[in-house]
Design a protein around this ligand. Structure first.
Ligand code: ADP
Length: 450
């Protein structure tokens, strides 16, 4: 359709001139022009009113041009433009809803649960797997806060932590035997995606592996203790025929001890992995523990004469499992002695700041190359297997330290440079810190009250 404006303006000007001429004939030029302008205004206002009503009342499925719009080229033109826009938007809508349907079919076929959450954690949308794994029910649960549907305290804490890096393992709210790995991802404008994967099989295999290692270690402990006892007796025997066996017995005894250390280490990791909640928790006097460890480290250093420095906050205790903490700290301190050349410097720091309590073991030893750092806390991972064995390592020290830190909701951080040295830091959260004096006065008060 051609642009109707030039025609309209032409017609208006022509009509105005004609009305002006008639007005001039009757000597009422301004009155005639005023009446003409008022008439035009009323006519246009009426059309505007009809148009607004036509839009308000909803347009029929196949609308023919309403009568009031047929009376002017501009109004007809507006009608045409409007209908074009409407048909284009309908096409776009059909396309979007086709894509949406395809997306929903694909999302429904996914084995993982997907839940779209609003900023206030209310449920906006979820797929079929979310019904199967999380027990969400369509329509009824849309708009409800997710924590009213998934009430596990660990999930509530995870949701409020805004942690988008890690995942949370929890059992399905509708079936205890189904294990889920839950992750959160931010997207769009303050929305979040909750993804839950069924990891029951992996979890079961992991449990079988853990139980196997724990059972084997446990079963080996008794025969090894017996062998070690007999070897000790034979080694200490001063019967003349045993003299030639003295050295082999000494070696055998050392190796059985090494095996026992390995088994103790594996059992400690198994306990931290499987029965962590059963480990005794109490206030631990870390300063005195570290003082004893420093003395033991001096003995281990022997004539290699390392310089071992203690920088300790003597008032700082933490709440945790004493046995596990001792094991973790001793592994870090003894490693520093093992992997630092004679005469090297080892600093043990224990302090607190706004983030929590920190143990740091720093040495100026051989250091660790960057490619090993990501795997160094795995069980039996060694930078140099022969050298580590030669220095009396079991290959479990750092794995134990990592598990102990996980158990205390903390982190093991390793910074190292080859030829410069290493720093092993155990970072504990603030809620695990205790002031020795406060704890003592609390204990005294409790005793008095009892
Ligand atoms: P190991 O019993 O063999 O020492 P760990 O798990 O304690 O086992 O340590 C793993 C490896 O990390 C060691 O074999 C060693 O190569 C390296 N390592 C640990 N501590 C240090 C350190 N302070 N300096 C240099 N290398 C270290």
């Amino acid at each position: 359709m051609n642009n109707p404006w030039p025609g309209l303006i032409g017609r208006m000007v022509g009509s105005m001139i004609a009305v002006g001429l008639v007005g001039a004939i009757f000597n009422q030029l301004f009155l005639f022009l005023f009446i003409f302008t008022l008439g035009c205004l009323i006519w246009q206002l009426l059309h505007l009113y009809y148009l607004e009503r036509w839009l308000r009342e909803g347009i029929p499925a196949d609308p023919s041009c309403p009568r009031f719009l047929r009376s002017g080229a501009v109004w007809q033109w507006l009608y045409k433009r409007f209908m074009d826009l409407r048909s284009r938007s309908r096409k776009r809508k059909r396309k979007v809803s086709r894509i949406l349907k395809q997306f929903q079919t694909a999302a429904a076929a996914l084995p993982d649960a997907i839940v779209v959450l609003h900023e206030d954690d209310t449920v906006y949308w979820f797929n079929g797997a979310a019904q199967r794994l999380l027990g969400l029910r369509s329509v009824r649960d849309i708009g409800l806060t997710i924590t009213t549907l998934l009430r596990a305290p660990s999930f509530v804490e995870f949701l409020s932590s805004h942690n988008y890096e890690d995942s949370l393992q929890l059992s399905s709210p509708i079936n205890d035997s189904v294990m889920l790995s839950v992750r959160l991802r931010p997207y769009g404008k303050k929305r979040r995606l909750l993804l839950a994967t069924d990891i029951t099989r992996i979890h079961r295999l992991e449990q079988i592996r853990q139980d196997f290692v724990a059972n084997v270690s446990h079963e080996l402990r008794t025969p090894l203790t017996v062998i070690s006892g007999y070897l000790e007796t034979l080694r200490d025997s001063d019967h003349p025929c045993m003299e030639q066996w003295h050295l082999p017995l000494q070696r055998m005894h050392q190796q059985t001890h090494r095996m026992m250390y390995i088994i103790e280490g594996l059992l400690m990791i198994a306990r931290l992995e499987t029965h962590a909640e059963g480990l005794p928790q109490k206030p631990v006097a870390v300063p005195s523990m570290l003082a004893v460890l420093a003395e033991e480290a001096s003995t281990l250093s022997g004539d290699r004469e390392h310089c071992i420095q203690l920088e300790i906050d003597s008032q700082l205790w933490i709440y945790g499992c004493e046995q596990a903490l001792r094991s973790a700290f001793s592994n870090l301190v003894f490693n520093a002695v093992r992997y630092t050349p004679a005469g090297g410097r080892i600093i043990i720091r224990w302090y607190a700041d706004a983030q929590g309590a920190h143990l740091e073991v720093e040495d100026n030893g051989e250091g660790i190359a960057p490619q090993h750092l990501s795997r160094i806390t795995e069980r039996f991972y060694r930078v140099d297997r022969d050298r580590a064995r030669e220095r009396g390592g079991t290959g479990l020290g750092l794995a134990i330290a990592k598990h102990v830190m996980n158990h205390h909701n903390g982190k093991l951080v390793i910074v190292s440079r080859v030829g410069v040295g290493s720093l092993f830091a155990c970072d504990f959260p603030l809620e695990y810190c205790l002031q020795a004096s406060c704890w003592q006065s609390m204990k005294e008060l409790t005793q008095e009250l009892n």
